[in-house]
Write a protein that binds this ligand. Structure first.
Ligand code: FES
Length: 192
């Protein structure tokens, strides 16, 4: 996701010092912002020009901003305690899609591969800011771009845990995308 102030970066291909790549990136950013306004319950990826359904779930504290070190993931379970609910919280050190914190670089993702459920725990690669390759069939996901697939068999992005900050607390509030092995992200939650 991009913030509305990024829309000011729009330029035209004929402008001095503005490459075609920059023009395309700026156009995609404006499209993403516009779609986000029109459809607030969906996350729009500027990279794949697609939307992902967002499911809002119970709030759960998953960490503290002041304790997160760059490229040092911490693991938690969300939205329940099942083995399929292991997630990773990481400060990437660079602005990331959906990121929170002063540098918008704190993101969280499911640790189950969307292909056939391979475990992605301990598979964060700090050099390229990706998770993977998956130990089963080598899919790799970009955590700075909403978990999009950058290589491998999977066709679905890694589900992104939606985060909010509450003071220093990092709070999970929902999931963009469907967790592996479920028909609903909340199917293992006890009825309130
Ligand atoms: S289970 Fe991860 S690539 Fe197949």
């Amino acid at each position: 996701m991009v913030s509305p102030d990024q829309s000011h970066s729009v330029c035209r291909p004929t402008s001095v010092g503005c490459s075609r790549r920059h023009f395309l990136e700026a156009s995609a950013a404006v499209t993403t912002v516009t779609l986000g306004v029109l459809f607030p319950n969906r996350v729009f990826s500027e990279d794949e020009n697609r939307s992902v359904r967002v499911v809002h779930l119970p709030r759960q504290k998953v960490g503290r901003l002041s304790e997160l070190q760059i490229d040092q993931p911490v693991y938690f379970r969300y939205p329940d305690d099942s083995d399929l609910s292991v997630c990773m919280l990481v400060r990437t050190g660079e602005r990331s899609g959906g990121g929170i914190g002063a540098d918008q670089d704190v993101v969280a993702f499911s640790c189950r591969c969307t292909h056939l459920g391979g475990s992605l725990e301990q598979e964060y690669r700090s050099r390229h800011k990706v998770v993977g390759p998956c130990p089963l069939h080598l899919t790799t996901f970009d955590v700075t771009r909403h978990g999009m697939v950058v290589a491998g068999h999977a066709t679905q992005a890694l589900p992104q845990i939606l985060l909010e900050s509450d003071g220093d607390d990092v709070v999970a509030v929902g999931i963009a995308g469907l967790l592996y092995g479920r028909s609903r992200n909340d199917q293992f939650l006890s009825p309130v």
